[in-house]
Design a protein around this ligand. Structure first.
Ligand code: GLA
Length: 352
């Protein structure tokens, strides 16, 4: 769990953006809730390596250097993440790691980095992506086995769960890393509901690959993001789906927005995410998917029109949002009508 600057700051990110967000994670209480890692995404590095081939922070935007940022972040009780790409350049065109895997892994460890996000842009033609991601992971583990390895290898094969090229890279990812992206980047031109349900449909078949310490990563939470501007219920829906799927909760919005803090800080939702098991599809009624894991159940209308759901349950259901009053009717049936792309999530307990 943590915060990443990308969808808020893109290539304009600065040292002060990172430190401001780190302080906000603490002052809002989100750090206490578990959001303890601050990730510097692309564009933190200067346009050229040093004469010795080492990565150098951009002197204009990170004037005090990454070890300084790491010390500041650590002094707040947080962890620092950083971005690189397996290819010759990052996606935004800064120096890539190709040809420098061991040197860069050692640099990150020496700087005090706790988490590395490794991308696939600009791989040389003919390269074997899975072998390269394994090589970097091995170098990182050797440099410091505590560093979390987050990567995007599967997206190299697109995002089609039915394709064997994609699932092979998911399986390879589960063997070598802690979290791996299962979908391309969020696109502001795609409506929130469509994007959230697409991520869910892509992720459901991948349940067998997730296990404690190894998670399918649906990308970042957009609560409070100023470029995407999800409505409050869309922000809640995204958090529900990410939590039921036990995706990493990596926020990428403006932490000064009170709504984002309320959405990100919902303890019931965080508990569901951190349960240690990804939800499974247990039923589909018309266009409504019913997905569950021990202690919780979620209903998702995957269509663009309103749909009803009517199911029998012996459990006591409590909506994770709102006033926490029990939702089950006395007849033992839950009847709900969900708007287009609507999501409802409940904690479940045996009825007395
Ligand atoms: C890719 C990744 C994004 C972000 C950018 C940075 O598009 O998928 O998450 O890291 O690169 O350039």
């Amino acid at each position: 769990m943590g915060w990443n600057d990308w969808y808020e700051d893109r290539c304009g990110v600065t040292e002060s953006d990172i430190l401001t967000s780190a302080r906000r994670l603490v002052s809002t209480g989100l750090a206490n809730d578990g959001y303890n890692t601050v990730v510097i995404d692309d564009c933190w590095m200067a346009s050229a390596r040093s004469a010795a081939g080492a990565l150098v922070a951009d002197p204009a935007t990170f004037p005090d250097g990454i070890p300084y940022v790491a010390r500041q972040v650590h002094s707040l009780g947080l962890k620092l993440g950083i971005y690189e790409s397996a290819g010759t350049a990052t996606c935004a065109g800064r120096p890539g790691s190709y040809g420098h895997y061991t040197q860069d892994a050692d640099t990150f460890a020496r700087w005090g980095v706790d988490f590395v996000k490794f991308d696939f842009c600009h791989l040389p033609s003919g390269a074997n992506p899975a072998a390269l991601f394994d090589q970097f992971g091995t170098a990182l583990h050797k440099a410091d086995p505590r560093i979390v390895y987050s990567q995007e290898l599967p997206v190299h094969a697109g995002s089609a769960p039915a394709s064997s090229a994609f699932t092979n890279l998911i399986a390879a990812s589960a063997a070598i890393s802690n979290m791996w992206r299962i979908a391309p980047d969020e696109n502001p031109a795609v409506a929130a509901g469509v994007s959230i349900t697409r991520h869910l449909e892509a992720d459901l078949p991948l349940t067998p690959y997730a296990s404690p310490g190894h998670w399918n990563d649906m990308d970042m939470l957009l609560a409070g993001n100023t470029a995407f501007r999800y409505s409050l219920s869309e922000q809640e829906n995204q958090a529900d789906v990410w939590a039921m799927e036990s995706s990493p909760l990596m926020a990428s919005g403006d932490l000064a927005s009170p709504a984002s803090v309320t959405v990100l800080g919902n303890k019931k939702v965080i508990d569901i995410d951190q349960k240690g098991v990804q939800g499974k599809l247990i039923a589909t009624e018309a266009s409504v998917d019913v997905i569950a894991k021990p202690g919780s159940v979620m209903l998702v209308n995957t269509s663009s029109t309103r749909a009803g759901v009517h199911f029998k349950t012996r459990d006591q259901l409590v909506n994770v949002w709102g006033n926490g009053s029990p939702a089950r009717t006395t007849s033992g049936y839950l009847n709900r009508s969900l708007p287009a792309y609507g999501v409802l999530m409940f904690t479940t307990a045996k009825a007395a």
